[in-house]
Design a protein around this ligand. Structure first.
Ligand code: ACO
Length: 324
C-alpha cells in the first residue's frame, strides 16, 4: 500500500462581468472575428473594481469545500497559485485562510505564472506523500485584467479573471495506475526565455505592478512542442499511454495550441475539456476552472484518467496525471 493524493472536491468562481470580444472593437484595431479565429476566445470575465484575487479564491475554495462536504477547519494546508496577488505580501493563501475563517494548518503561494496550478498540484502532492498534510486546498486564482496594457491588442484580448480550487486528501493506493489520485508529475523550467513572456514591473526593479508583455508567436511555438512532450513524459511515468487518457485538461490559452497538443498526443478533441471560449486565458486559474466546469458538465467522472498540462512565463511548464 502507498499513499495517494486523491481529489475529494472541486469548485470555481468567475466574476460577474462578462466581456464579449466585440467590446474591444470600440477601443482597439481588432475584431471579434480575429480573436475567435486566432485564439478560440469568445468572451472572458473581468473582476469588478475593488474585487481582488483573494476574494475570487475564497469563493472558489468555498465551492470546493462544499463539494467535498468539508469545513475549512478540516484543511491543513492551503496552496494558492497566482501571479496577481492582492499585495506583495502577505500571500493570497493566508488571506484565503482568514477569509474562510480558519486558523488551522499553514498557507502559502506558489508562482509559476500560467503553469502555476500544475506546480501547486505537484507541491500539494508532495505535502501529502511526505505526511506533512492530509487535506490540502489547492487553488489557482488570478486577476490578469490588472496587468493588461489596454492599448496592446496582441495581449489584452487574451486574458480573463477567475479562480478554481481542488480539495486533495490522503488515501491508500495499491501503487498501480489503477489507483485514484495523482499518479505522476513532470515539471520543467528554462529561465533563458524570460523576454518572450514577462511583466515589465516589480517590487525590486521599478516598484510598479507593470504590464504583461508577450511575443505571442514565440510562446506559441514553445507551447505546442513542450506541452505534448511533458504530457507524454508524465503519462510514461504513470505507466499509461495516450489511449488510456479519458480527458486532457489543458491550460486554456489558445484553442490552436490546445488542438495541436491533443493531435501530437493522438487524443481526439472529444476527450479534451475546452473552456477557453468562455474564460479566455486565466493563467493559473485556467486548469482548476476547466476541471470544475468539466465535472459540472458531466465530462469528468470518478475513475477517469485526467492529464493536466500547462506552460507560462519563465518559461515554466509541466504536467500532472491523475485518476479522478
Ligand atoms: N486583433 C487584430 N490583429 C491582431 C491582434 C488583435 N487582437 N493581435 C495581434 N494582431 C496582429 C499582429 O499585430 C500581426 O499583425 P502584422 O502581421 O501586421 O504585424 C498579426 O495579427 C499576426 O500576429 P501574430 O502574433 O503572428 O499572430 P498569431 O497568429 O501568432 O496569434 C497569439 C497571436 C494569439 C497571441 C498567439 O501567438 C498565441 O496564442 N500565442 C501564445 C500565447 C500563450 O499561449 N500564452 C500562454 C502563456 S500566457 C502566460 O504565461 C501569462
Amino acid at each position: 500500500m502507498i499513499k495517494r493524493a486523491v481529489v475529494r472536491g472541486v469548485g470555481h468562481y468567475l466574476p460577474e462581468r462578462v466581456v464579449e470580444n466585440a467590446e474591444f472593437e470600440a477601443s482597439l484595431d481588432t475584431t471579434d472575428e480575429w480573436i475567435r479565429t486566432r485564439t478560440g476566445i469568445e468572451r472572458r470575465h473581468f473582476a469588478a473594481e475593488g474585487e481582488t484575487t483573494s476574494q475570487l479564491a475564497v469563493k472558489a475554495a468555498q465551492a470546493a469545500l462544499a463539494d467535498a462536504g468539508l469545513a475549512a477547519t478540516d484543511i491543513d494546508a492551503i496552496v494558492v497559485a497566482t501571479s496577481t496577488p492582492d499585495f506583495t505580501f502577505p500571500s493570497v493563501a493566508t488571506m484565503v485562510q482568514a477569509g474562510l475563517g480558519s486558523t488551522t494548518g499553514f498557507a502559502y503561494d506558489v508562482q509559476a505564472v500560467c503553469a502555476g496550478f500544475v506546480f501547486a498540484l505537484a507541491n500539494a502532492n508532495g505535502l501529502i506523500l511526505s505526511g506533512q498534510a492530509t487535506r490540502v486546498l489547492v487553488i489557482g486564482a488570478e486577476t490578469f485584467s490588472r496587468i493588461m496594457d489596454w492599448t496592446d491588442r496582441g495581449t489584452c484580448v487574451l486574458f480573463g479573471d477567475g479562480a478554481g480550487a481542488l480539495v486533495l486528501e490522503a488515501a491508500e493506493g495499491s501503487g498501480t495506475a489503477g489507483d485514484r489520485g495523482i499518479l505522476s508529475v513532470d515539471l520543467h523550467s528554462d529561465g533563458r526565455y524570460r523576454e518572450i513572456l514577462y511583466v515589465d514591473g516589480g517590487v525590486s526593479s521599478n516598484g510598479q505592478a507593470g504590464h504583461l508583455r508577450m511575443q505571442g508567436n514565440a510562446v506559441f511555438k514553445h507551447a505546442v512542442q513542450k506541452l505534448a512532450e511533458t504530457a507524454h513524459t508524465a503519462l510514461d511515468k504513470a505507466g499509461l499511454d495516450g489511449g488510456a487518457v479519458d480527458w486532457i485538461v489543458p491550460h486554456q490559452a489558445n484553442l490552436r495550441i490546445i488542438t495541436a497538443t491533443a493531435e501530437r498526443m493522438n487524443v481526439p478533441m472529444e476527450r479534451v475539456v475546452v473552456t477557453v471560449q468562455d474564460h479566455g486565458n486565466t493563467s493559473a486559474a485556467s486548469i482548476p476552472l476547466a476541471l470544475s466546469v468539466g465535472t459540472a458538465r458531466g465530462q469528468i467522472k470518478q475513475g477517469d484518467v485526467v492529464v493536466t498540462e500547462a506552460i507560462g512565463g519563465g518559461l515554466a511548464w509541466g504536467s500532472v496525471v491523475l485518476r479522478w
